[in-house]
Design a protein around this ligand. Structure first.
Ligand SMILES: [Zn+2]
Length: 198
């Protein structure tokens, strides 16, 4: 999905920008998360309502559930979606999830990957398995959740040099992990449940 985000988002912003100015409430509603299903009903992504609406207007997706809000333009009122479904099946590359601190902590379930301690996000840091100073990159495969004591102990060393061992090999986000995130986000939205817990 990510490859589309650029042009579509810009287009959406241009299309609806004047509306939000005189209807302040709509601005927030346009940012509400929408669950995106593949044509097969498999959940594949979460996007903002504004982008979801553009996908529906372009005929790429159809609304499966509405969120109860309307987008008012000069001539029409459109119902904002809560769940949309792509009309054509798309193969989703597993590595397309955004690389971020939050997503890495989610992948590692807030567990230090060296000592196994489970901590709140605020008490965890990200460790480059191969240190940056030695050519390690910031990728899914080279970043892990790490507690501060382990991070200090490891310093600029490879795990083996510090006598440390990873609990498991860090991997790119897989579909299972994405679903976990979508479940967390969808917890408050009853309309998402039947699609997420199938
Ligand atoms: Zn640790």
């Amino acid at each position: 999905m990510e490859h589309e985000a650029g042009p579509t988002s810009r287009h959406a912003a241009g299309l609806f920008a004047p509306v939000a100015t005189h209807r302040p409430g709509d601005g927030h509603a346009l940012l509400a998360p929408v669950l995106v299903l593949n044509a097969s009903y498999e959940p594949i992504n979460v996007c903002a309502a504004r982008r979801a609406l553009v996908l529906v207007l372009k005929g790429v997706a159809m609304t499966e559930e509405e969120n109860g809000h309307f987008l008012h333009s000069a001539r029409v009122a459109m119902r904002l979606p809560s769940v949309i479904r792509l009309l054509e099946y798309r193969r989703i590359p597993h590595q397309s999830r955004a690389l971020s601190r939050k997503n890495i902590l989610l992948r590692d379930r807030n567990t230090c990957q060296y000592c196994g301690t489970v901590l709140p996000s605020s008490e965890l840091t990200l460790d480059h398995v191969i240190p940056r100073s030695r050519g390690g990159s910031s990728t899914w495969e080279n970043l892990v959740a790490c507690c501060h004591p382990c991070n200090r102990r490891k310093g600029n060393q490879f795990p083996a040099e510090a006598g440390m061992k990873l609990m498991r090999e860090p991997r790119a986000f897989n579909l299972h992990t994405s679903r976990h995130i979508m479940r967390l986000m969808g917890r408050s939205d009853d309309k998402w449940r039947k699609y997420l817990f199938y």
